[in-house]
Design a protein around this ligand. Structure first.
Ligand SMILES: O=C(O)c1ccccc1NCC(=O)[C@H](O)[C@H](O)COP(=O)(O)O
Length: 262
């Protein structure tokens, strides 16, 4: 039976086919070539951790398949500015329209308003979307191991690197981690949420953290909501975080970030 991840990936295939009729990969490449170079996403994350601080990827997320609408009215520029003013390291911007009520243009809006490096948070399965990501202003892309095989991951990663972008590779279990570790990127995210069942457990990160060596930077993703969650992760040597919902439900996302990581 088709689950939500399969549905999202089917939608992406349709969007890519349609997108190519509107603006070709070459046209996106031309757009990308006119932009300033990508900001160093991994560099910013590493600098925060080297300074003894948590590296926080703050997410700009209007809605989600598991929780519905998280924030309305939704002002991506104000949210991104608030994050930057309260110590976020980087941004994660949902560009998916159908399932997360995001938009491609939110990426540049949030990036310009904050001055921070931003990752395009979407379901990337084709080089078309990678080139498009750079053309939209992305500094990094997300690649999800459960959506791709190793040759696809390597091809998309290489395309991102050629365009000067960083890659966050996302895993959820041991087998996926083994695949991610065959890639070049040192930035590995463990999603505590099972994207097929929506079940969330922070134990997912703790079970997989030993597999990641010193040369990698491990990011714990999803379900981080309390100061205790943050302390638990940090006491186990996990210093990089990706947080969305906890900030989106707060009246001031930036103040919520400062409180969570005080
Ligand atoms: O958030 C969802 O419901 C979801 C469903 C299906 C695929 C992906 C999904 N979320 C993407 C994410 O990984 C999260 O947005 C991100 O890690 C932040 O999580 P949270 O802090 O729990 O909002």
């Amino acid at each position: 039976m088709s689950d939500i991840l399969d549905k999202i990936l089917a939608t992406k295939r349709e969007e890519i086919a349609l997108g190519k009729q509107i603006l070709t990969e070459v046209q996106w490449l031309t757009k990308a070539a006119r932009l300033e170079p990508a900001r160093g996403f991994i560099k910013a994350m590493r600098a925060a951790v080297a300074a003894g601080k948590p590296a926080v990827i703050a997410e700009v997320k209007r809605a989600s398949p598991s929780k519905g609408i998280l924030r309305e009215p939704f002002d991506p520029e104000a949210i991104a500015k608030s994050y930057a003013e309260h110590g976020a390291t980087c941004l994660s911007v949902l560009t998916d329209i159908q399932y997360f009520k995001g938009a491609p243009q939110y990426l540049d809006m949030a990036r310009q308003a904050s001055g921070l490096p931003a990752i395009r948070k979407d379901f990337i399965i084709d080089t078309y979307q990678v080139v498009q990501a750079r053309g939209l202003g992305a500094d990094a892309i997300l690649l999800i191991v459960s959506a791709l095989d190793l040759p696809q991951l390597l091809e998309l990663e290489s395309c991102a690197h050629e365009l000067g972008m960083d890659v966050l590779v996302e895993v959820h279990d041991d087998a996926e981690m083994d695949i991610a570790l065959q890639m070049k990127t040192p930035l590995v995210g463990v999603n505590n949420r099972n994207l097929r069942t929506f079940e969330v457990s922070l134990d997912t990160t703790l079970a997989l953290r030993h597999k990641v060596g010193e040369q990698h930077l491990l990011v714990t993703e999803s379900g981080i909501t309390t100061v205790d969650d943050v302390q638990r992760m940090r006491s186990h040597g996990v210093h990089a975080f990706l947080v969305g919902e906890a900030f989106m439900r707060a009246s001031s996302p930036g103040e919520a970030l400062a409180e969570l990581f005080a």
